[in-house]
Design a protein around this ligand. Structure first.
Ligand SMILES: *Cc1c(COP(=O)(O)O)cnc(C)c1O
Length: 368
């Protein structure tokens, strides 16, 4: 019999063959580019993190890391006033999303998302071979009152809400999220990737809800608020009964490495440093929002470290403006998706970076 050399595609599962992978924002390695496209923190991690890095002993690399990241979980539990069994450490917040699907969703059963939101959610659903139930956001990118009813009717086992919302920065209050969680038949994952940038005066804190709401899972990440996107570290907060199956069954045995555990712990312990960077980002966010409005963009108030700016009519359209900025070494994000095609998502950078952005945008709009 002749050996038939099948194309490699023939080995993929049908859903993997059908899908397109996630397309991340550009990550140029040159120092000259101003990156306002992937919501990184403009400030470096705490000096305590760099001290922890230089003090890593060879011995701690020879051995496997603590499998459950116990020291990290204790520090996180202290910070959030929960018990360590309410915390799971993950390889980036993205791993928690994957674990939530693996743990709570039968393959083939749907997940539910608000539209628009994080474009990774549908990609993870495709990998899991789960359809996606989309519910459109209503005025001001808020969650419609019938969100939970629609999810229940569709048999959704996991609903995902990003709060503050991405890509708009709108904040849904705790009372609304609590009511949604209470009404849902399945798990509610609230993706708080950007919650560190919420105005502290609002007193927004969803974490206490996990003590009574057993289907509520909160995602946190070190990537945005702590300036550690390169480290790949996040964590989940939830009722111990909700966390347990991920902690003891579906997680890779050593999902977060020894270096990452030490550095993430040091970062969480230096709250004073982190809070200072968040405050800087918030004050620049206010300045950038006003300046963009001043040159004709429509910009809703954001509680995040980015703004969603509608490009004024009669100028370059959004993708053309994105390209023109890129030619001037300024990266911003454009989404070719329903409701977003006239908008740019712009990360809040350092004051100098924001100055460059605003000056360049002003010149481009004036046709210079
Ligand atoms: C950045 C981000 C995450 C988590 O990212 P990691 O770098 O994997 O921790 C999750 N959700 C949203 C909406 C994000 O923007």
């Amino acid at each position: 019999m002749p050996v038939v050399n099948r194309g490699a595609m023939a080995y993929e599962r049908a859903n993997i063959q059908r899908m397109q992978g996630y397309v991340p924002g550009k990550q140029p390695q040159d120092a000259g580019t101003i990156k306002l496209n992937t919501n990184e923190n403009p400030y470096p991690p705490s000096p305590a993190v760099m001290r922890a890095l230089t003090s890593i002993a060879a011995e701690s690399l020879r051995k496997y890391p603590p499998p459950l990241a116990d020291a990290f979980r204790e520090v996180a539990a202290d910070l959030h006033h929960v018990t360590p069994d309410s915390v799971i450490a993950t390889n980036g917040g993205d791993e928690l999303l994957r674990l939530a699907l693996t743990t709570f969703v039968e393959p083939g059963r749907p997940i539910g998302v608000l539209e628009p939101s994080y474009s990774l959610y549908p990609v993870l659903a495709e990998i899991h071979d789960s359809p996606v139930v989309h519910v459109d956001a209503v005025a001001g990118y808020s969650v419609p009152p019938d969100f939970a009813a629609k999810m229940n009717a569709a048999g959704v086992q996991l609903s995902l809400l990003v709060n503050p919302h991405a890509p708009s920065g709108a904040l849904t209050p705790v009372s609304t999220l609590r009511a949604i969680a209470q009404e849902l038949d399945g798990v509610l994952l609230v993706d708080e990737a950007y919650v560190d940038f919420v105005e502290p005066g609002l007193g927004h804190n969803l974490v206490p809800e996990v003590k009574s709401q057993k289907n509520l899972l909160i995602l946190r990440t070190m990537s945005k608020g702590y300036g550690l996107a390169g480290l790949r570290y996040g964590y989940g907060l939830g009722h111990p009964e909700l966390i347990a199956p991920m902690l003891t069954k579906t997680r890779d045995s050593y999902n977060v490495d020894a270096i990452a555990q030490r550095l993430a712990t040091a970062a969480l312990q230096d709250q004073a440093y982190a809070r200072d960077t968040w405050q800087r980002v918030r004050s620049e966010r206010a300045r950038v929002t006003l300046a963009l409005r001043g040159v004709g963009f429509v910009v809703p108030d954001s509680q995040s470290n980015f703004v969603l700016a509608t490009v004024p009519a009669g100028s370059l359209n959004a993708p053309a403006l994105r390209d023109a900025l890129e030619q001037r070494q300024l990266l911003v994000r454009y989404f070719n998706a329903p409701g977003l095609t006239d908008k740019l998502r712009i990360t809040i950078g350092s004051p100098e970076e924001n100055d460059r952005l605003l000056a360049t945008l002003t010149a481009l709009l004036a046709g210079l």
